[in-house]
Write a protein that binds this ligand. Structure first.
Ligand SMILES: [Zn+2]
Length: 174
């Protein structure tokens, strides 16, 4: 009887969470950049971009440019919290940002422990080489730290798939 009492909540927990989009992280030990925060943040990204983000950061590192991922994957809830901020910092609500699918990173160069803006173009060139689109190229709202792997149909398509449960390890199948 006791065993059953302990077992039932566990079973209930797994049944309830089975269909939730709980993401399965990568292993931070496989991403060794100069920066532990960056290593950790790579593990949350969509599996299809982890290696390219890692390689881009490594290549920059070899050029003497140390970038940190300030923001990578964000849950819908976290996105809505940012959306609600005054003054406005984003136009995207939960589900409307590539970050919500782990397909975007915001990166900043750190030089002598401080933010450095001087190498934006070099950083963009390396990320573009690995197939990322740069927020600095957007015609209206320029988002210089932002890089994403653009998908056909954009966030609407990603959201549709998320809602339909087209997921693997919690990430939308692309
Ligand atoms: Zn961004």
């Amino acid at each position: 009887m006791n065993a059953l009492l302990y077992t039932l909540p566990v079973i209930a927990y797994f049944v309830i969470n089975k269909n939730k989009s709980k993401i399965v992280q990568g292993d931070a030990a496989s991403f060794k950049t100069w920066d532990k925060y960056t290593n950790q943040r790579i593990t949350n990204l969509h599996p299809s971009i982890r290696t390219d983000v890692y390689r881009a950061i490594q290549e920059l590192q070899r050029k003497g440019i140390n970038v940190r991922i300030a923001s990578g994957y964000r849950s819908f809830k976290e996105q809505n919290e940012i959306f609600a901020k005054v003054p406005k910092v984003t136009k995207a609500q939960g589900g409307q940002s590539y970050h919500n699918y782990g397909l975007a990173v915001d990166v900043y160069e750190i030089k002598s422990g401080k933010l450095y803006e001087g190498n934006r173009k070099e950083i963009a060139a390396v990320f573009k080489k690995f197939g990322f689109d740069w927020g600095g190229d957007w015609p209206t709202f320029k988002d210089y730290p932002h890089f994403q792997k653009t998908v056909k149909g954009g966030w609407r398509e990603l959201l549709k798939k998320q809602k339909a449960g087209k997921l693997k390890n919690g990430y939308v199948i692309i």
